[in-house]
Design a protein around this ligand. Sequence first.
Ligand code: SF4
Length: 450
Amino acid sequence: MNSKRQFQIGNVTIGGDAPVVVQSMTNTDTADVQASVAQCKQMIDAGAQMVRLTVPSLKEVEPLKEIQKQLKSDGYGNIPLIADVHFNPKVAEAVAPFMDKVRVNPGNFTDKRNFSQLDLSESEYAAQVERMALRAKPLLEICKQHGTALRIGINHGSLCDRIVSRYGNTPEAMVQSALEWVDICERHDFHKLVFSMKSSNVLTMMTATKMLNDSMLKRGLSYPLHLGVTEAGNDKEGRVKSAAGIGALLLMGIGDTVRVSLTESPENESPFAHTLIQAIENLDVTNLNIQNGTLIYCDDELDETRWMCRAAAVAGYAHFRHGLKEVMLQNAHFTESQNLDLANLVMQACRIKILNTEFVACPSCGRTQYDIQSVFAAVKQRFSGRPNLKIGVMGCIVNGPGEMADADYGIVGASHGLVCVYEGKKRVSEPMLPDAAMNVLEQYINKKLP
Ligand code: SF4
């Protein structure tokens, strides 16, 4: 591993030469203590080594304390708990004294995302950075005092106006956003830091993470990196996307903690993450067979899930390094058509060849108020087979529209079981039941892509 800085998050060591740690996230309402405790236990029993819970407002702070207390008294106190905070520094300050780690998103910590002013002068730009630094100071002091770690979680879909105005919606913009926080934290002598650079686009996520890793090394820094492909979806597609992005970076020696995000029950995430880490351990990628842009990858792995992980990780790695045009997979333990199907999934995941509708779907969290798993399954069934179409299915209106990136259309959760239809980033329907929303979505799609 490249990361040399090592520290404890609760009882778990991350960074340096510590093994890669598997993280997962609840999708219960954090205010519902019993449901959240039960889900945390299921996830931990399934292999989660750190558990993240969303904290949308101050209302969830006391329930979070109770969740932590109950998990401790039930023998699950060894697993670090992480608070996921957006938009409200006060919430981050309220949970930092008792949580093991707090995740904040620089894109919405203090900066705005309304794109009202895109041409900032040098002094306006500097003033906004300074405002963010000032606002971060109390949180950093609390984290320092209590030994709490901080994850600076950059998401491609939620970069702030200021960063986008200067660097565009690019991997470089993500890196600059992270480096601003390196400076802010180092100014306050705070170093218990983890960074993540997530995107639903596998190549963007890989590029941004590698760029940040290299930028930190150039500066003599080596903070641990958390890896994940956001809105990866479900089933084989979601797993292959995650294996391509996370696996490729692990093959480069980058990454200290990982989360495989799936639009499924959260306890499905960790077993796959562990399989991925083990399946690619000691995989040699020094002499890949690439001819005229085609990766020809042969393997004799017997287990189907491990074969999927190895093929996706190697292809992700090769595409990142060499820019592939085609992937051919050969494994005598599987039929030709199984190998071809997997190659197609891998090419779609890496966007080497788009052969099907591109679906992005968030894993959901405590902000989700509808049955996203069944709606996503229905959307996939109804709108598959259209390679020129990208559809997002997102849990909440707060982060969903931004995070579904460049999707053509989306179904985004509103409140009380209702959802809204989006065309790009524009809402085009009132909140309605998911079945009705799918009909509206179909009308829009048919108008544009008859
Ligand atoms: S987009 Fe999904 S995962 Fe992200 S905050 Fe909203 S519901 Fe949670």
